[in-house]
Every structure is written in structure tokens, then in C-alpha cells.
Design a protein around this ligand. Sequence first.
Ligand SMILES: C[S@@+](CC[C@H](N)C(=O)[O-])C[C@H]1O[C@@H](n2cnc3c(N)ncnc32)[C@H](O)[C@@H]1O
Length: 261
Amino acid sequence: MRNYAKLALAKQTVKEISNLRFGPEIGVGKLKTDTPVLEPLLTALDRMIADLRKYHTMSDTLATVFLADARDMRRHLSPCSIDAVITSPPYPNEKDYSRTTRLESVLLGFMSTRADLRRQKQQFIRSNTRSVYKADTDHSWVADIPRIQALADSIEERRLELGKTSGFEKQYAKVVRLYFGGMARHLSELRSLLRPGAKLAYVVGDQASYFRIMIRTGQILGEVAERLGYEVLDVDLFRTRFSTATKEQLREEVLLLQWNG
Ligand SMILES: C[S@@+](CC[C@H](N)C(=O)[O-])C[C@H]1O[C@@H](n2cnc3c(N)ncnc32)[C@H](O)[C@@H]1O
């Protein structure tokens, strides 16, 4: 029971009990002078009990969760064993996903030191300048894709034009190369694990976080996938968001791929 209770406590600490705010980045809201703790905890436990009762009838449908890096899956999965991939991977948007889940990561014992945090961040596809490391090599996976090189070069040129010199801004072009390189590594690794005919869906969004230069994430990932032998079935528009920075519509899309073997 202890693990269920800990999970419920971690969830409600983030959602209800603490003063964390998501908008969409994580932040700290007004300090609370008092807050109910037991009530949200019991609500979460009740919900878990109801879920377990409901899904208990499906217990012959096995579900396994791997805490792992999607660029390094061969140690967990067998060859030709995947029929479908449905995922919402990171985008190159300066979002540090380790921040979003830091409180519950500590409460649940996944990390307690800076070295643990670093280990977690190193398992992530690079999508922000706070998670770039000297030893990173994913950029080499897209070194021969002119569109990605031109995009990264244009970000660096814009930085020089604007005279921006902070350590973070100097990394923008590198993050773009590492991001698409990491996704290329993931798609490459996946190939031997997919059954011929397998279908894949990636929800991704256009971004303009780096000096307002438009990054057409879905289109570029489609090109990366095609080069790795995938068939692009569609780039399906999911919704658009208006970017106040660029005054353009940013597309959120589902990139649909097929692996024909
Ligand atoms: C756009 S978010 C999707 C969030 C998800 N849909 C959810 O509701 O929790 C991207 C997620 O990918 C995870 N991620 C980043 N790099 C990863 C990697 N190399 N392997 C597996 N997951 C990764 C991040 O931690 C983040 O939770």
C-alpha cells in the first residue's frame, strides 16, 4: 500500500497541496498560509482504487513501463516486436522537462543529489540550453541534412547580428542540431524493433523560441524519418497556436510514419 500512498501524495503535492503553478512552464505561485493535505490525498487514493477496480478485469492485458531513454531501447525490447508507436516527444522549445517533474522526482526517491538530476537530464533528448553537455554527440546524426544545418546556421547568424552573447544564447544553434540528432538516433534505434508495417504517430509543434526563427518541427522530423527509410504517411494538423513573437500561426501536428521493413 505504501507505494500507492506515496504516488498519491506526490501527485497531490504538485497539483493541489503546494504552490506550484504551470503556465505552461513551472513556477511558484503565492505562498499559502494553510492548505488541506489529507483531503486531496484521500481523493487521489479513492480515484486509484476506482481505477484499479475498473481495469482489474483487463489484467490479462499486460502493460510494462520502462524508465529508459527512447534513444536507447534495444536493451529493453526484442527485435520486430513493436506494432505501433504513439508519442509526444519534446520539441526544441527551451523547456526543461526535469523542472516540470522535479518535486515528485525527489518525493518518490528518483533523485536526491545534483548528480542524480544530471543523470536524469542526460537521458533526455536535448531540447533546451540548460541540458547541453560537453560530451553530447547526437548532432552528428544530422550532420548531412542541409535543411537542419541551414536552420542552425541561421540561428547563429541572427545571434551575431543581434549581438547576443549570453552563454545560453550561444547554445541555441547547438540545441537545434542536438535535438534533431537525438530524434534521428531514436528513429534509427527503433528500426530493428518495429514489425514491418508498424505505424508511428509523433505529436510535435512548430517553434520560434530561438530569436523568432521558425522551426517547422513536424516537417523536418518527416525529412529525418524519410532519410532513415520510413514512409511519411501524413503530417496531420492537430491545432494551431498564434505566436505573439512572430505574428505567425504555429502548427501542432501529428507526424504519421510507417515502417515497411
Ligand atoms: C512534450 S512532453 C510529453 C509529455 C506527456 N505527453 C505527458 O503527458 O506527460 C515530452 C516528454 O518526453 C520526455 N523525454 C525527453 N527525452 C526523452 C528520452 N530520451 N526518452 C524518453 N522520454 C524522454 C520528457 O521528460 C517529457 O516528459
